[in-house]
Design a protein around this ligand. Structure first.
Ligand SMILES: NC(=O)c1ccc[n+]([C@@H]2O[C@H](COP(=O)([O-])OP(=O)(O)OC[C@H]3O[C@@H](n4cnc5c(N)ncnc54)[C@H](OP(=O)(O)O)[C@@H]3O)[C@@H](O)[C@H]2O)c1
Length: 490
């Protein structure tokens, strides 16, 4: 089928595009800023057209020849007046779809009882958009979901940041009472693709959810357990209003307040599937993902896609639940980094030889006694310590032990990445890239990266920041010196 996606630069749309391509459809992405799709890995497989749901004329052109259009748009976080803007966007889309003869609209909205007075502004607006889209002649498939579990999903990121940084949480009481039926992003994509099924005539509304119904408190506790954090103390109090809670959230998470406030407000409403039969029919033999498994996949890691190792080894990489390049800055977990560069007159080969000869008997170029002391502390904590040394004084292979590191990537003469195996409240990498700058000079870039676990991880990074910074600076200088000496010898 010829399928359009409005919202392909967003969290769900950006993951739906490759899923539709994989299912054999031709995909046209409608974006108000098409350049936002330049870097996505599936860009070559899709057509990209500039369109804005607030500009009806742009939609009419963009809809030409489409059998179905996905509506994965909301204005929340962009304007306080999101309800009015979303109303206009839905009206324009319905009218343009009718004019262009689009065969079906598919919309992903929010769960919750059908009573606007009982719902938060956000959920009431999501329902209203569904009503508007479905009130024309083009049949609508409206899917309704609660929290989507996957890296980059706004509601999941809120959960992630809260649990990661707060061992004790004083929450509004509804956090311990409201019921939610979260769903894995993989399951959402399965439902969205299946919703194209042309055998189902007319408009349909399908509530979708995963196999677990949980309170937000239970979700937070299970996140802590799956992420390997200490159990969280969660105290429900009657005095915290959604408004106060969103200010608090603004302090401890990087989510924009305009997005966090309506989301927090919605946590007061139960969001569970009330009629499971349409979902069962849509899923067929597909097995929905249990909450803990969805979490494991979402935790499989980090904004910087170049750091390829997952901190939960069983978690698959490159799934819809993983971070994507187009995700917003606040998505994908925290990576703290110390990145330094130094130019050298040595050849790239000499620089790489110096870098790959580090550690073992040759040492770490500065304060070797400190490295040894860190190794002893690690031993005392039950870790591997520094005693392993290295297999060969000059050669390295992927998988080799190197003091308390292990070689994760070795691509001479360009890239060496070591993963720390000492006991740490998080996961750490030390990496060197040998590059040339615009002027052709050889540059050695050294990056120490740390993915902290919980509060302890953050404290560890910031308390040791100064001594680490001195050690890393001297290490880089030592490597460049060694490379220059090697260059002179050859
Ligand atoms: N994420 C969840 O946990 C969750 C849960 C339940 C339901 N949903 C529903 O899923 C749908 C998609 O949500 P999401 O999480 O993917 O949102 P998102 O990441 O914030 O993406 C929103 C998309 O809407 C686009 N957009 C906004 N205004 C537009 C306009 N005037 N014209 C064209 N495009 C516009 C944005 O494009 P720009 O890049 O140009 O800003 C972006 O691509 C929404 O209906 C939401 O209610 C999401």
């Amino acid at each position: 089928m010829n399928v359009g996606i409005i919202g392909a630069t967003g969290y769900v749309g950006g993951r739906l595009a490759p899923a539709l391509l994989a299912a054999g459809h031709r995909v046209r992405c409608l974006a108000r800023t098409p350049s936002r799709l330049d870097g996505v890995p599936w860009r070559a497989g899709v057509e990209v057209v500039k369109a804005d749901v607030l500009d009806g004329a742009s939609l009419s052109q963009a809809f030409e020849g489409l059998d179905a259009v996905y509506y994965l748009v909301h204005a929340m976080g962009h304007t306080q007046d999101f309800e009015r803007v979303d109303r206009t966007g839905a009206q324009n889309t319905r009218t343009a779809a009718e004019k262009a003869g689009v065969g079906r609209l598919v919309y992903l909205g929010g769960l919750g009882v059908d009573d606007p007075r009982a719902l938060s502004h956000h959920l009431a607006s999501r329902h209203e958009v569904g009503r508007i889209l479905g009130s024309g002649t083009v049949p609508l498939t409206e899917l309704r979901a609660a929290v989507i579990i996957g890296s980059g999903s706004a509601s999941f990121e809120m959960l992630r940041h809260l649990v990661e940084v707060l061992p004790v949480m004083v929450c509004p009481r509804w956090v311990t009472r409201t019921r939610c039926q979260p769903i894995a992003i993989a399951d959402v994509l399965h439902c969205l693709v299946a919703a194209l099924d042309s055998s189902a005539a007319g408009s349909r509304r399908i509530e979708i959810g995963g196999p677990d119904i949980l309170t937000y408190e239970e979700m937070m506790r299970r996140y802590a357990a799956v992420a390997g954090l200490r159990s969280r103390l969660i105290v429900g109090v009657p005095v915290l209003t959604p408004r106060l809670s969103s200010h608090w959230l603004n302090l401890v998470t990087p989510l924009p307040i305009g997005l966090a406030r309506p989301l927090v407000d919605s946590l007061r409403n139960d969001v569970v599937v009330s009629d499971p039969s349409p979902l069962a029919a849509l899923l067929g033999s597909y097995r929905p993902t249990p909450f803990d498994d969805a979490l494991r996949r979402a935790l499989s890691h980090i904004q910087d896609l170049d750091v390829s190792t997952s901190w939960i080894d069983s978690a698959p990489r490159g799934t819809a639940a993983s971070p994507m390049p187009q995700d917003p800055d606040w998505a994908g977990g925290t990576v703290l980094a110390d990145v330094r560069t130094m130019r050298t007159s040595a050849s790239p080969e000499a620089v790489f030889a110096a870098v790959s000869g580090v550690g073992g008997a040759r040492g770490w170029y500065f304060a070797n006694w400190l490295w040894a002391a860190r190794g002893w502390i690690d031993k005392l904590l039950g870790g591997v310590g520094m005693r392993r040394g290295r297999r060969h004084p000059d050669e390295l292979r992927v998988g080799d032990a190197l003091d308390f590191f292990r070689v994760e990537v070795c691509e001479p003469p360009r890239l060496l990445r070591l993963r720390a195996e000492m006991k740490l409240p998080g996961q750490a990498w030390l990496e060197w890239r040998v590059q040339r700058d615009e002027g052709g000079a050889v540059v050695l870039q050294q990056s120490a990266r740390f993915h902290p676990r919980g509060v302890a991880g953050r404290l560890y990074w910031w308390l040791l920041w100064l001594p680490h910074a001195i050690i890393w600076r001297r290490l880089l200088a030592g490597l460049v010196r060694a490379a220059q000496e090697r260059s002179k010898e050859t």
